[in-house]
Design a protein around this ligand. Structure first.
Ligand code: ZN
Length: 225
């Protein structure tokens, strides 16, 4: 029986967390869960599957189509373009999907419960440039408490990236041997490969690698195919 369940989106942070979990809990002790929430960029799901295979970790894909039905954000609604600027009223970017992490972690907890796993691992970070409120330490701690009470289960939510900068995360990925897997990750909000290099997500990623002094394996893959 595995010990830890990693929420794997196919992005840089969750992939780093997958390798963190393998290091912390051991090979053969880790599984991944990926959510198909109607994201416009289906490439994320392909990336997550490749990364799980690369890491030899069993992956479960769970469908959640409610966010697409709700609409109103640039990640699931094809009629909305990603804006680099914050919404003046909410002070959040229009890539914010309200409730997303809360729902994801609740379903992940249900899966962990069924499989007898007591550790959930998620790549949320308080330092995330967007300041998504569902990525903050206080939110995660409150949710962990709610899940423990609501399921009567000694579940722990691990957030190894919570207070790390993007550069710290890149260095951590290198130290964990996760760089080859990062070549298969997807970050670009425009859903293209090679990444567009201009959207907020691409710029943040590039800045992290630059500050860490490490070449991005994803960019290198397209430079030297
Ligand atoms: Zn981009």
């Amino acid at each position: 029986m595995s010990q830890a369940l990693v929420v794997l989106s196919g992005g840089q942070d969750s992939t780093t967390c997958l390798y963190w979990a393998l290091h912390r809990f051991g090979v053969g002790q880790v599984e991944a869960v990926t959510f198909d929430y109607g994201q416009r960029h289906r490439i994320e799901l392909d990336c997550a599957a490749r990364i799980a295979t690369h890491a030899s970790v069993p992956q479960t894909v769970l469908p959640i189509d409610t966010f697409a039905a709700l609409g109103g954000n640039a990640l699931t609604d094809a009629g909305i373009t990603v804006q680099a600027d914050m919404d003046t009223q909410t002070r959040l970017p229009n890539t914010f999907v309200p409730g997303r992490n809360l729902i994801f972690l609740t379903f992940a907890a249900a899966l962990a419960y069924q499989r007898g796993m007591c550790a959930l691992v998620t790549g949320v970070a308080q330092t995330d440039y967007s300041g998504y409120p569902d990525c903050r330490q206080a939110t995660i701690q409150a949710l962990e408490q709610a899940l423990r009470l609501g399921m009567e289960y000694a579940l722990t939510i691990h957030t190894p990236l919570m207070f790390k900068s993007k550069a710290d995360t890149v260095q951590m990925a290198r130290d964990l041997g996760a760089l080859p897997a990062l070549a298969d990750t997807h970050t670009c909000y425009n859903g293209v490969q090679p990444p567009c290099g201009r959207c907020p997500a691409c710029r943040l990623r590039a800045q992290g690698f630059a500050e860490a002094g490490i070449a991005d394996p994803l960019v290198e893959r397209f430079r030297n195919p």
